[in-house]
Ligand binder design. Structure first.
Ligand SMILES: NC(=O)c1ccc[n+]([C@@H]2O[C@H](COP(=O)([O-])OP(=O)(O)OC[C@H]3O[C@@H](n4cnc5c(N)ncnc54)[C@H](OP(=O)(O)O)[C@@H]3O)[C@@H](O)[C@H]2O)c1
Length: 272
């Protein structure tokens, strides 16, 4: 039996939907289980029961400081070894992302996986095209972003879910392999052109200051988001890789369309 963790999250739910479409039996593990799902909270050892699971799709549980994220992933990996899981598939971060503030937790988890004794596949996921679109903001003049003319090898979540499902259904063919799953590089100018508006680059000083005054962000998030901005702006996340196209059984989804749709959906009513 396959288990996909984080089943209420966007990537995990798309992966479970892909597996269901293909008639592959899989169960979702989540902190908020619906019918047929299992309770699984990486922060609660009492819920870490992986009995009967042969393949574990470990969707990273970020959104916290490194020590918490690494402890979460370590706990679920220890449970996987104890309960006889055969293969773990981990959703990591693209190799080009080593400069990002959240890279360390991913690389540490990769090390834990490789020394666990489990068979493994590491999916080094690029940044989502949806995320890129969401990080571009609107002003009365059009779009603004901290990305300048930098390009991001952005990837649609649905493509990552399709590849994750493909590997989960036949994991031994992908044992002890790392894939870099990124799409065609796109820029904020591409998104603006698609939407028929202008794009203005915001400096990193102004961007960080805006983030620091946003009370809705968690303490670690301004540094995390600024690291994404500077990495894209200065050309550290634009590396292409053939892995996504070779693992999909269809052409990759156009990341400009995904980013533009996301940005369009987030346009404030007052600026429409
Ligand atoms: N590549 C990118 O651009 C990008 C962007 C953002 C995040 N990420 C990373 O990729 C992951 C999946 O992305 P997404 O878009 O699906 O994010 P999402 O929709 O925000 O989902 C967050 C996920 O984290 C899981 N989670 C949080 N705390 C957990 C815990 N204590 N135990 C178990 N699971 C926990 C949630 O599981 P339940 O709520 O179901 O328990 C859920 O699956 C994220 O968690 C993050 O690590 C990647």
């Amino acid at each position: 039996m396959i288990m996909v963790t984080g089943a209420s999250g966007q990537l995990a739910s798309l992966t479970l939907a892909q597996l269901a479409e293909r008639g592959i039996r899989a169960v979702g593990g989540t902190r908020t289980p619906a019918d047929g799902q299992r309770l699984l909270d990486f922060d609660d050892p009492a819920t870490l029961d992986l009995a009967g699971i042969t393949t574990l799709v470990l969707v990273s549980a970020g959104y916290a400081e490194d020590d918490l994220v690494i402890a979460r992933h370590q706990a679920v990996l220890e449970a996987a070894v104890r309960d006889g899981v055969g293969h773990v598939i981990y959703t990591s971060l693209t190799g080009a992302g080593d400069h990002l503030a959240f890279a360390l937790a991913h690389r540490s988890t990769e090390q834990l996986i490789k020394t666990s004794g489990l068979a493994w596949t590491i999916l080094r996921n690029g940044l989502y095209a949806e995320l890129f679109g969401a990080l571009i903001s609107w002003s009365s003049d059009g779009l603004e972003s901290p990305f300048g003319s930098g390009r991001l090898a952005a990837v649609a979540r649905t493509d990552l879910a399709a590849v994750t499902a493909t590997i989960a259904q036949a994991p031994s063919a992908h044992a002890n392999t790392t894939y870099d799953l990124v799409g065609d590089p796109i820029s904020a100018d591409d998104v603006a052109t698609r939407l028929g508006v202008t794009h203005r680059a915001v400096g990193l000083t102004e961007y960080r200051s805006r983030l620091l005054s946003d009370a809705s962000l968690l303490p670690f998030q301004p540094a995390m988001l600024t690291s994404i901005a500077t990495s894209i702006r200065h050309g550290f996340l634009n590396t292409a890789s053939p892995d996504l196209a070779s693992l999909l059984d269809r052409p990759p989804t156009d990341p400009i369309t995904v980013a533009a749709n996301t940005a369009h959906a987030l346009r404030p009513v007052s600026l429409r």
